[in-house]
Design a protein around this ligand. Structure first.
Ligand code: ADP
Ligand code: MG
Ligand code: ZN
Length: 476
């Protein structure tokens, strides 16, 4: 029998706000443990939380980007459980009235097809503290407690680990481009619980699902799902049952382990938090959030084609990566030759970045310097070939092309006197090519041109060299 997987993801995203969800403490990552805390986020009794409006606004904006219904009325609920990272015994979350309901994220599949993955809801809650376990003790860092956390719950619409991978990637792209979150998984800004079940192909009902908790790399999610699908399929094939449980992925061991079974499932005893007012979202708030929406990828692609005269292919490559598109645009907007900027970005820059395993955000070349480089080549101050050398140096040192050209004496020789010298030398050294040219083989001139470039160490202005050669060879 053939089986298929059914996957639904719960993605937790730390929102990019200056202060926490219900107090004024800083959210900045990396501070010494327990230095960004106050009685509210430490969970002292008797304190009063105050809602962070920016977090609400960013969640509304997310809802608009994924086509959700934004609720005019939603509220805060207490999700009760005790854990050292949550000492007030409940987490403030949203239960039956989330800020955003329904929506979809479009993913790209192999062969250029797309598929819409439904989103059930996106709600807002507070992050919990971070526990670290040492050899004999454990520590709890409350800097993370109370950071605004948005949970995006998908429909069980994915059918393979690859689709899950594409979904997280696409969601991340939306959130980063909208300025909602930096989604830096290494900093725990995006974490994912994966739910997966398998069923015989053709069966309508879903199988029993297993939840794999808290993964913080997208490739880990893909590996964990692949493992789980294979484990569950093998169990069903043996006639065993898959039991509903929560499991943990061990990346080093390459397998999942049981954390808790259904009998130990929490009863969170949700109830409305009496300390917080319900959230009433006005039409004005939605309109304000709409104004802050980023340009959608397709609109940006069309604009790049029109505004910068780019071929569709270039626009597609650039727009696929928000940061890259931003970089390109900074360089292109000040350039007389935006297509040349695109050529440099798509070939030289992307090549170097992948070689150096760096992201565009870590690129040493300022976009303005790329504009300058293109102007130097177009203006004939340096040849395209020298341009590549200069580019490599810019990539390594971050220096401006003007400075590099000056320091290394790379200015193109356009002085006809000097060029004639090189041309004469090349002609004298290559009588065969000269004879070939005169016998009607026009291509022979390229060899002579190459000789002149060599003699000038690549600094001769190729166009002028061509003209002088033509003149000399035809003249005599
Ligand atoms: P729970 O109450 O256990 O949290 P939910 O119904 O809220 O379960 O679903 C949580 C996530 O699990 C959602 O992303 C949903 O799409 C997914 N899901 C639900 N049922 C299944 C299933 N049978 N197989 C795979 N994923 C599922
Ligand atoms: Mg759940
Ligand atoms: Zn605080």
């Amino acid at each position: 029998m053939q089986y298929e997987a059914v996957i639904g993801l719960e993605v937790h995203v730390q929102l990019k706000t200056k202060s926490k969800m219900f107090c004024g403490c800083a959210t900045e990552f990396g501070g010494s443990p327990n230095t960004q805390v106050c009685p509210v986020c430490l969970g002292y009794p008797g304190v009063l939380p105050v809602m962070n409006e920016e977090a609400v606004s960013k969640t509304i904006r997310t809802g608009l980007m994924i086509g959700s219904k934004v609720a005019g009325f939603s509220k805060w609920d207490r999700k009760s459980y005790f854990y050292p990272d949550m000492p007030k015994n409940y987490q403030i979350s949203q239960y039956d009235l989330p800020l955003c309901a329904e929506g979809a994220v479009e993913i790209k599949l192999d062969g250029g097809k797309t598929k819409a993955i439904g989103v059930t809801r996106a709600h807002l809650e507070e992050d919990v503290a971070k526990s670290t376990h040492f050899e004999t003790t454990s520590g709890v860092d409350f800097n993370r407690a109370g950071v605004p956390l948005m949970e995006v719950v998908s429909e069980p619409d994915m059918r393979s680990p690859e689709e899950a991978f594409a979904y997280i990637t696409a969601l991340k792209e939306i959130l980063v481009s909208g300025g909602i979150s930096d989604c830096d998984m290494e900093k725990g800004q995006l974490r994912c619980d994966s739910n997966v079940s398998v069923r015989p192909i053709g069966q309508k009902e879903f199988g029993e699902k297993v939840e794999i908790k808290n993964m913080n790399t997208i490739s880990g999610v893909r590996r964990a799902l692949a493992y789980e699908i294979q484990r569950q399929t093998a169990a069903l094939q043996k006639g065993e049952k898959v039991s509903q449980e929560t499991r943990r992925w061990d990346d080093a061991a390459g397998r999942t382990f049981v954390m808790r079974t259904k009998e130990y499932a929490h009863d969170y005893r949700y109830f409305p938090d009496p300390d917080l007012m319900p959230v009433v979202v006005s039409e004005e708030m939605i309109a304000a959030a709409r104004k802050l929406l980023p340009e959608l990828p397709e609109a940006k692609r069309q604009r790049f084609i029109k505004q910068y005269g780019l071929p569709e292919y270039d626009a597609g490559v650039l727009v696929a990566d928000t940061a890259l598109a931003g970089y390109y645009e900074k360089a292109a907007v000040a350039s007389k030759n935006p297509k040349a900027i695109s050529n440099w970005v798509m070939t030289e820059l992307l090549g170097k970045l992948s070689e150096a395993k760096r992201t565009i955000g870590e690129c040493a070349i300022q976009p303005e310097h790329l504009t300058e480089l293109v102007a130097l080549v177009d203006g004939g101050q340096i040849s395209g070939k020298i341009g590549k050398e200069v580019f490599a140096e810019m990539f390594d040192s971050g220096k401006s092309p003007g400075l590099i050209v000056k320091e290394k004496g790379l200015v193109q020789v356009s002085d006809t006197g000097a060029l004639e010298g090189f041309v004469n030398e090349a002609i004298a050294k290559s009588p065969k090519s000269v004879a070939d040219f005169k016998a009607g083989n026009e291509g022979a001139i390229n060899f002579l041109k190459g000789q002149v470039m060599k003699l000038s160490k690549g600094k001769a202005n190729p166009q002028l060299v061509g003209e002088i050669l033509q003149r000399k060879l035809r003249g005599g």
